[in-house]
Design a protein. Structure first.
Length: 503
């Protein structure tokens, strides 16, 4: 408590008030005495002794009643603020009109690690409701406007104690007009034996509360779904959204069009797909003998030799003859390895705010082939392949290989999108050579003002040892000319992930 108060007093930004609600018992009366002394020396400090300890949520609500500021920052009593934390927050409020702000944080242990020797940095990506439904990655420091808070009839809800912050963040971000992430470590989280993050058995109810918090958001948004833990972590959540219809899907093959390769991938698709409403569209000089394979329609598109060297035109030709409401563009060297892959992808593709969906793709030696792509200005080709050095045996930084999350670019090795989006965009751009998929993903997101999604629960494998080719200087130049501003503003990846070797 002493260190917390001092960390607020030492802020470089002076226009603050510190509200303290004390729910401690008589045996800890020294807490109140210390706080009152602080209050007498600084009129920016407000202290209130609660008549009864009503638990974390109700106690926090009582504390909020003391506040007179335009923005609220929630602090745990034994944590610390970086000296410039409030200055950085005030700066983005002034510059961007943010009404919900969150920062990076670092964990440290009392009596084991000092604040000068922290043991875990939590460097976060930009905002995504799909990431937030998977786990409360936002956590500390969280700041929101008084107006945003008062849009809720109840502030912190005691029925979600244990995951009350997750519930609050879910509700606040639903209504926020401008969410800003400050990619700086401005909060120091002291970990001890009773922390939920260290010992879930101490607060096992926290997981149940998180389930209900996510379920409550689904209900508010008119969605239905079954929530479960992932196998590896209790605090990572998987949602199987309820589908009110099962749309017809066209799997459009591209790549090596040899009869042998086409037959092989079709066999793999049929063997590893438990979703029944789909067709396979393939391009060869001559059609295969069969018009279906084990009940799956096979649609032949004769190759137009005048466009055989332009991927975008070939893809557009095949998609134009596809019957599906949703399109899967699939490289013939890539094949599914779990039977739920197609339903998992279309479950997200059906959502109005999702543009393009990508799966987890492994190489046959279990290295990660695709786990999302961000834009990064200091990379030669501007593409940052996330977790490219990891294998299937690893979980990734912040367990990012184990949950659904937002991505920037989905690889054409396997991507799904609504045919309607493809039509609205006028198809793939034949001028964006070597960046056909990246360009399509960025235009698709902008078209629907939505996001692209990567799901680890749709799993495929590449028999090719390297999915990606080095881009030519002309192709890079064209891509940068079109997307320089978007590249600079991309927040899929934290600026320090690569520099620190985390992702």
């Amino acid at each position: 408590m002493i260190e917390l108060i001092e960390s607020v007093e030492n802020q470089t930004y002076a226009n603050w008030e510190l509200c303290l609600a004390d729910g401690s018992d008589k045996e800890h009366s020294y807490v109140g005495e210390f706080c009152k002394k602080k209050m007498s020396n600084d009129d920016r400090i407000q202290y209130h002794a609660l008549e009864k300890n009503e638990g974390i949520s109700d106690n926090t609500n009582e504390c909020i009643k003391l506040a007179t500021g335009n923005y609220y920052a929630l602090l745990d009593h034994d944590d610390l603020l970086h000296p410039s934390a409030l200055y950085e927050v005030a700066k983005v409020i002034e510059a961007k009109g943010a009404d919900f702000i969150y920062t990076d944080e670092v964990k440290f242990r009392k009596n084991i690690y000092s604040i000068d020797n922290p043991y875990y940095f939590n460097l976060k990506p930009g905002f995504s409701k799909y990431d937030l439904r998977s786990h409360n990655y936002i956590c500390h420091l969280t700041v929101f406007s008084k107006q945003l808070l008062e849009s809720e009839p109840v502030f912190y809800r005691h029925e979600f104690d244990g995951s009350q912050d997750h519930d609050m963040v879910l509700r606040m971000t639903e209504k926020a007009k401008k969410i800003v992430h400050i990619p700086k470590v401005l909060y120091y989280w002291r970990i001890h034996e009773n922390s939920v993050s260290m010992n879930l058995e101490v607060k096992s109810y926290a997981v149940d509360s998180a389930f209900r918090a996510v379920q409550a958001q689904l209900e508010r948004s008119g969605e239905k779904g079954k929530i479960s833990n992932t196998k590896s972590f209790q605090t990572l959540y998987r949602i199987r959204y309820e589908m009110d219809k099962f749309p017809f899907i066209s799997i459009v093959l591209h790549g090596d069009f040899s009869d042998k390769n086409v037959k092989r991938v079709i066999e793999k698709i049929v063997e590893q797909t438990d979703y029944s409403r789909y067709e396979v569209v393939y391009c060869t000089e001559k059609p295969l003998r069969d018009v279906e394979y084990k009940g799956v329609p096979l649609i032949h598109v004769k190759i137009d030799r005048t466009i055989e060297h332009n991927n975008a035109q070939k893809w557009n030709q095949a998609i134009s003859e596809a019957s599906g409401e949703h399109i899967v563009l699939l490289d013939t060297d890539v094949y599914p390895t779990n039977k739920y892959w197609l339903q998992e992808m279309v479950m997200y593709s059906m959502k109005k705010d999702v543009a393009v969906v990508g799966p987890k793709i492994l190489y046959e030696d279990d290295r990660i082939a695709y786990a999302g792509i961000a834009l990064k200005d200091d990379y030669p080709d501007k593409l940052y392949y996330l977790c490219g050095h990891d294998s299937i045996r690893e979980i990734g930084y912040e367990a990012m290989l184990l949950h659904v999350r937002r991505t920037g670019i989905v690889t054409s090795a396997c991507m799904m999108f609504k045919k309607e989006i493809w039509h609205d965009l006028g198809g793939f751009d034949a001028q964006m050579l070597e960046y056909e998929d990246a360009d399509f993903c960025l235009r698709a997101m902008n078209n629907i003002k939505g996001v692209n999604i990567w799901t680890c629960f749709a799993k495929l494998c590449s028999k090719r040892e390297k999915l990606y080719q080095i881009k030519s200087s002309n192709a890079i130049s064209s891509f940068v000319k079109k997307y320089q501003r978007i590249i600079e503003q991309d927040d899929i990846a934290h600026p320090e992930w690569d520099e620190l070797g985390l992702v």
